[in-house]
Write a protein that binds this ligand. Structure first.
Ligand SMILES: [Mn+2]
Length: 315
């Protein structure tokens, strides 16, 4: 399938790369790395990476202007379902390719390269570059490295021999400052540490090992963070004995939504996320709902799932 994707890239003069809403380092890195590789290989093509960015990820690279492009090839990265694609109208494009590592949800592209064994979309982009005539340089290698390190939390999750090998081969051939790249990825403001402390103090944990917190717009303002911050630190709550599944609910007044980030060390949570139009991986998901009542329904479903999971386990 790599060759088939390469053929389409060769064929189109204008290529647009997008990824999921609520940008994260893997989504952004896979998008930027593939854009830069196509530009490097085909300097005459017009290649754009678009979508809503975040100033926090400016160290990965910069996005292009959101515009409508006619007769273009669209490449969607790191996104399993159409509702999470960060673009207004996907159907204006001539041909569409999906490159993803999430569990399959729906087909919405002409070619879909899905590898759920890959750690990250960035890893698949690296494999695509390795398997085809696409070119690589130090900067692209660094971008890919950041994507893989982010989705694996510095190789804490899914550190397969395969991913270790592709990273090793890549950093052998293309040298960059790995420590500096990781420092960029893991540096954070004190306000976020304070938010973490606040959540640790106020997380409600029940007998089903389910924990949750609701952060109101007031909480967010008082702590000096933004509505995406809780989602950024949610992984830091893994490895806590009393906590098996946890959800952070954050009011986002600016976008008039409620964001819910969910993590689990046991019960599968993405089915519940999907039920509310969210998505993600089996043990790491996100949902956006409109009201606190809806958020409560998500929390109730999660709690029920945790109860059943533990009942089954203790049989
Ligand atoms: Mn990803």
């Amino acid at each position: 399938m790599f060759e088939e994707i390469y053929k389409q890239i060769e064929k189109y003069q204008t290529i647009v790369l997008v990824r999921h809403i609520g940008v994260d380092p893997d989504a952004m890195s896979s998008q930027i790395a593939l854009r830069d590789s196509i530009r490097l290989t085909f300097p005459k093509k017009k290649v754009y990476a678009i979508g809503n960015g975040s100033s926090k990820f400016s160290y990965i690279g910069s996005l292009d202007k959101n515009e409508e492009y006619k007769k273009a090839l669209l490449i969607v990265l790191d996104t399993p379902n159409i509702s999470r694609v960060d673009i207004t109208d996907i159907n204006t494009y001539d041909y569409k390719i999906k490159i993803d590592h999430h569990q399959f949800i729906e087909k919405f592209c002409d070619i879909e390269l899905i590898d759920t064994t890959a750690t990250s979309a960035s890893q698949i982009v690296l494999e695509l570059i390795n398997a085809t005539g696409l070119k690589m340089n130090e900067r692209i290698a660094r971008t890919i490295f950041i994507g893989i390190m982010s989705d694996t939390n510095r190789l804490l999750y899914n550190a397969s021999p395969k991913v270790l090998k592709v990273i090793s081969d890549m950093v052998n051939a293309y040298t960059f400052d790995m420590e500096q790249a990781l420092n960029e990825l893991y540096s954070r403001p004190m306000s976020e540490v304070k938010l973490e402390g606040y959540i640790a103090e106020n997380l409600k944990i029940n007998e089903n090992k389910f924990g949750y917190i609701i952060l109101t717009a007031k909480d967010i303002e008082r702590l000096g963070v933004d509505s995406a911050s809780a989602g950024n630190i949610i992984n830091n709550f893994s490895g806590i004995e009393e906590l098996q599944t946890w959800a952070f609910v954050t009011e986002d007044v600016k976008n008039d939504i409620i964001r819910i980030s969910i993590r689990s060390n046991g019960p599968v949570i993405n089915k519940i996320a999907e039920k509310y139009n969210g998505g993600g991986h089996k043990l790491a998901s996100g949902v956006r709902v409109k009201t606190l009542e809806e958020a409560q329904k998500v929390l109730d479903d999660l709690n029920l799932e945790c109860m059943q999971y533990n009942k089954e386990k203790n049989k």
